[in-house]
Design a protein around this ligand. Structure first.
Ligand SMILES: NC(=O)c1ccc[n+]([C@@H]2O[C@H](COP(=O)([O-])OP(=O)(O)OC[C@H]3O[C@@H](n4cnc5c(N)ncnc54)[C@H](OP(=O)(O)O)[C@@H]3O)[C@@H](O)[C@H]2O)c1
Length: 302
């Protein structure tokens, strides 16, 4: 029970625009928490299940936005947002709109400009969990935009998950989203490629996962990433315990092993090329984390 419910107050009414798998989960979580919930979707039948559970179906976006002080939007992308919300016109003025579509920082900043022209109080956000985890208190949701708007509506946002405020720069939520997903895909690809590599000798994924994950957490995550993160900020990459040149040669072995074992070799080859570039740029005697200096710059043309 929320503090508002404990005090016998009605929870803030919320509108959800966009009822794909994610928007439907958001509306479901808000309803379950007890928020009077209004919904709108281009394909109206997608609201049927929510209406059966007590949601109110709006006939237009203007009607949907007018029904609640806070509107959560969860549409395919930012272009869809303009197409859907522009027809709402003056109904938007003075309303809080929280954009949970995926996009880029530039798209988020442009959306803020669009919102400011219409008198909309705008937060940009990103959802870091799949639909089945929406509504769990530990599910991370990222937000950026005006602090006072976030603070005023934090309790409502907490009905969907754990709201984390990142700062007033509107692009921050989608930037963090891209960064975290970048890390997720790179880590998943690392595990999947490694599993294919040992799989070439008949080792099962379950057998490998048991050893690999128990090695990865203390050796890579704790001893390297957590302990050495402060060095990244300082550009401090002492090479006494292992140099970039040594790592280029390790990546060369991984690439050749992949070829020998008949598995895909692009991923280790690309990592080797990046480490070689670091060595060519003067980091050959420093440790592997100096690759960070290469990642901070745009990919050279050609
Ligand atoms: N699903 C996930 O695991 C997940 C996780 C994190 C973030 N997200 C983000 O959440 C957002 C929604 O994702 P989703 O999985 O629910 O499905 P989606 O396919 O990305 O978006 C579906 C929603 O967009 C609407 N839509 C698409 N084109 C439209 C148009 N031209 N005019 C009006 N409405 C339009 C759909 O309406 P109709 O129903 O009428 O087609 C539906 O409401 C995306 O930005 C996605 O990146 C999703």
């Amino acid at each position: 029970m929320t503090t508002q419910q404990a005090a016998g107050q009605q929870l803030t009414p919320v509108t959800v625009v966009g009822l794909g798998p994610m928007g439907g989960a958001l509306a479901g979580a808000l309803l379950e928490r007890g928020h009077p919930t209004t919904v709108w979707n281009r394909t109206p039948e997608k609201a049927d299940g929510l209406v059966a559970k007590g949601a109110r179906r709006a006939g237009t976006v203007a009607e949907a936005v007018s029904a609640s002080p806070v509107t959560i939007m969860c549409l395919k992308d930012y272009d869809t947002m303009y197409a859907v919300f522009d027809p709402a016109g003056d109904a938007l003025r003075g309303r809080v709109v929280v954009n949970l579509n995926s996009g880029t920082p530039k798209e988020a900043s442009a959306a803020f400009g669009w919102a400011a022209e219409r008198g909309v109080l705008y937060l940009d956000g990103a959802i870091m969990v799949p639909p089945p985890l929406v509504g769990h208190p530990e599910s991370v949701f990222l937000y950026s935009g005006p602090r006072e708007v976030f603070d005023e509506h934090r309790a409502t946002l907490a009905s969907m998950g754990d709201p984390r405020y990142l700062g007033s720069d509107h692009g921050l939520a989608v930037l963090y989203n891209a960064a975290l997903l970048d890390m997720m895909y790179a880590t998943m690809n690392g595990f999947l490629h490694a599993t294919a590599l040992v799989g070439s000798a008949g080792v099962s994924a379950v057998t490998f996962a048991d050893l690999a994950l128990n090695w990865f957490m203390p050796t890579v995550v704790d001893a390297t990433l957590t302990e050495q993160a402060p060095n990244l900020g300082r550009g401090d990459y002492p090479g006494e315990l292992g140099t970039m040149e040594m790592n280029v040669s390790a990546l060369e072995h991984i690439t050749r092993t992949s070829v020998e074992q008949g598995v895909h070799s692009d991923q280790p080859r690309l990592m080797k090329e990046i480490a070689e570039r670091a060595a060519a740029e003067g980091y050959g005697g420093q440790n592997y984390l100096a690759v960070f200096e290469i990642f901070k710059k745009a990919t050279p043309a050609g």
